[in-house]
Design a protein around this ligand. Structure first.
Ligand SMILES: *Cc1c(COP(=O)(O)O)cnc(C)c1O
Length: 369
């Protein structure tokens, strides 16, 4: 067994999805974004676990969608990202729902569909203020009409993305909701069963007017709030389901005034005990946590000592510290009263929870319990 593992609490993940459903209310569909290896939680494992509890899964590209079909996922899968002409066959053959943001991309699909006499499920992406991808709200009706005029394109959805739903007191989200609302009204007048969707995690947690027909919370489904936690609704039960665990692989006594690891960026003050852990930046445990990151061993929190290596890191547990080869080590998660949160790691690295989660790579096996 690999000594370093990510444990996913299946029950907690499912409970998060159910809490979100309860919070948004009946009749609103739930789409779970599983892009980027399901935010580090494992694309295949999470998708199999979540499938019965969601209406849609969403990925960023053809390869992620294909993997889901290959493992037997049957629910609708939306691909958020843009596609190339060479990918059209793969997208359609795997029954993936494609995002289009321009008439040009619609034309590429139509050309393919007419040639092979197939249909393609599409969602039109609206730019309501992110200024990333998507057709401008003002040009949306023309693109909607164009798609509806081509029966080989099956218009399943129209959506947009919130740029700042974690900033509760700023007006941008309200402006985006209003803009998207106009487009939603237009498309419903032409095809009432089109799924209009806008809300990401921040939308779900903080902006009830953003729900429309379906919500797409990623971060929140995995147990994290984009801003302040909600303690009043069913969302109060939303909790992380992710822990990062390893085992002590080596123990030694190091003499006083010795440097540890590359470039000796940590110096021992006295004769002390040092343990080595089999995890490093090669697993995505970031080198920026050198002399900063924390671990829990036998109910004690310690700071990492010295530079994190590609495959290992060291911890000075003090001259009386207790830890032996094989001991369990928590790098993310709880151990009794103690906890190391991803938020604390993100703060040390001056980044966001998302980046810490997706950075832990596929060398670390995911274990579902
Ligand atoms: C990633 C993504 C989401 C989920 O965002 P969270 O902030 O994790 O909730 C929703 N919609 C789109 C289009 C995305 O790319």
């Amino acid at each position: 067994m690999h000594p370093t593992q990510i444990f996913i609490n299946s029950q907690q993940l499912v409970s998060n999805l159910n809490s979100i459903r309860q919070h948004v209310g009946d009749g609103i569909k739930l789409c779970l974004p599983v892009k980027a290896n399901a935010y580090g939680h494992g694309l295949a494992g999470v998708s199999k676990l979540a499938e019965p509890h969601v209406d849609y899964l969403a990925v960023s590209c053809l390869d992620e969608g294909r993997l889901l079909r290959d493992i037997g996922i049957k629910k609708p899968i939306l691909v958020f990202g843009a596609f190339d002409e060479e990918q059209i066959a793969g997208l359609i053959n795997h029954d993936l729902e494609v995002t289009i943001s321009s008439q040009y991309k619609a034309q590429l699909l139509i050309k393919f569909c007419e040639m092979y006499r197939v249909t393609c499920k599409v969602h039109i992406k609206i730019d309501s203020g992110m200024n990333r991808v998507g057709v401008r709200s003002s040009s949306a009706p023309a693109l909607i009409d164009y798609v509806l005029a081509h029966p080989c394109l099956d218009l399943c959805g129209v959506y947009s993305h919130l740029a700042a739903s974690d900033e509760i007191d700023k007006p941008l989200t309200h402006i985006q909701i209003e803009q998207f609302g106009h487009v939603a009204q237009y498309v419903k007048s032409r095809k009432p069963d089109v799924i209009c969707h806008l809300a990401n995690s921040g939308g779900v947690a903080y902006f009830a007017e953003s729900y429309f027909d379906m919500v797409r919370p990623g971060l929140l489904s995995y147990g994290y709030f984009p801003a302040h936690p909600i303690n009043t609704s069913p969302l109060q039960a939303v909790k992380p389901c992710f822990s990062l665990i390893t085992r002590v692989s080596y123990f030694k006594v190091v003499y006083a005034n010795s440097g540890i690891s590359y470039n000796h960026r940590y110096k021992t003050m006295y004769d002390t005990r040092v343990v080595t852990l089999p995890i490093g930046y090669g697993d995505g445990y970031r080198r920026g946590l050198s002399n900063l990151g924390e671990v829990i061993i036998r109910g004690q929190k310690y700071t990492i000592s010295g530079t994190i290596c590609m495959d290992m890191l060291m911890v000075d547990i003090g001259s009386n510290g207790e830890a032996y080869v094989g001991d369990k080590v928590v790098l993310i998660g709880r151990s009794g009263e103690l906890e190391i949160t991803i938020a604390s790691i993100a703060a040390k690295l001056n980044t966001i929870i998302y980046e810490v989660l997706v950075g832990l790579n596929e060398r670390i096996p995911r274990v579902y319990y």
